[in-house]
Write a new protein. Structure first.
Length: 259
């Protein structure tokens, strides 16, 4: 797929998506958000895609936030629309995707950039990266789900501290508070994400999607236990359940079909 602001490549069932606006530190303008919405929809519906690695071009920034220059003359209604459309089409779409998304944070993840990383199902961060939600320095608050997802990930106290002080934190500090899964040296960033997705690729695809859905239901207060019960039951109807159990009994590796 050819995009103006993204590089997207499917290799060995992993979709690599790079936000490619390096001169603007990969800031999210409207066009980039629209392209992200498109690539997420592609990942959702394409069986060959077993997981997505989302990163930013260069080594300076993952994403330095929403494009500040684009909304500098917005009024309240336009601001609300920006948040609503962005949340629905990109941030919530990633979180609700049946495919696991990993953010490979290669540098600054600020504002909408950290919000994008937090919408992903897992986060790996390069050891030089800095993370923060600096919106209050602009007279704003996070609008792409940051107040909710940061609170879910690190708890109310740390979330309020980070958002109201606008302080950036280091990669090790982010790992310590549970904001990221792993800190690695920059050269190992993509291979660490691949290591995780290569394990997931060996598992039953529908069960992986069901597990993500149930976990996300928990953090979004969306009938988590009931979601789990229903998804658990549906797994018994899959060919992959039969295959997984047969493989166990026959002491061989399962060959999942995703059906
Ligand atoms: N939007 C638009 N352009 C941006 C940008 C952003 N969020 N962040 C950086 N850029 C641009 C700069 O304007 C600059 O462009 P020019 O060369 O044309 O002037 C270029 O990227 C390089 O940036 P700097 O010169 O500022 O680089 P630096 O090394 O001095 O500083 C930085 C790096 C600390 C990340 C700094 O760029 C910065 O603070 N950026 C803004 C971070 C921010 O406030 N993000 C939150 C945005 S609001 C938001 O995201 C709202 C929401 O929740 C929906």
């Amino acid at each position: 797929m050819a995009y103006q602001n993204l590089i997207s490549e499917l290799k060995e069932n992993i979709l690599y998506v790079t936000i490619n606006r390096e001169k603007a530190l990969n800031a999210l303008n409207k066009d980039t958000l629209a392209e992200l919405a498109d690539v997420i929809a592609y990942a959702d519906k394409t069986d060959e895609v077993r997981g997505v690695i989302l990163t930013g071009a260069g080594e300076k920034a993952f994403v330095a936030g929403a494009d500040i220059k684009e909304f500098s003359d917005y009024n309240g209604k336009q601001g609300e629309d920006l948040a609503k459309i962005g949340q629905n089409q990109v941030f919530n779409a990633i979180e609700n995707s049946p495919k696991p998304f990993i953010a490979a944070i290669n540098g600054f993840a600020l504002g909408g950039g950290l919000e994008l990383a937090m919408a992903c199902h897992m986060r790996i961060v390069a050891d030089h990266a800095k993370l923060g939600l600096p919106e209050v320095t602009l007279g704003l608050i996070p609008g792409y789900g940051g107040t909710q997802r940061l609170t879910q990930l690190v708890g109310k106290g740390k979330a309020i501290e980070m958002i109201t002080t606008a302080s950036m934190i280091t990669a090790p500090a982010a790992e310590k508070i549970g904001l990221v899964n792993y800190v690695v040296p920059q050269p190992d960033l993509i291979s660490k994400a691949e290591e995780i997705l290569n394990l997931i690729k060996q598992r039953a695809p529908l069960a992986v999607s069901a597990a993500i859905k149930a976990v996300i239901a928990a953090v979004n207060n969306n009938n988590g236990y009931a979601t789990e019960i229903e998804a658990f039951g549906k797994c018994f109807e899959t060919a992959d359940f039969k295959e997984g159990v047969s493989a166990f009994v026959e002491k061989r590796k399962p060959n999942f079909s995703g059906k």
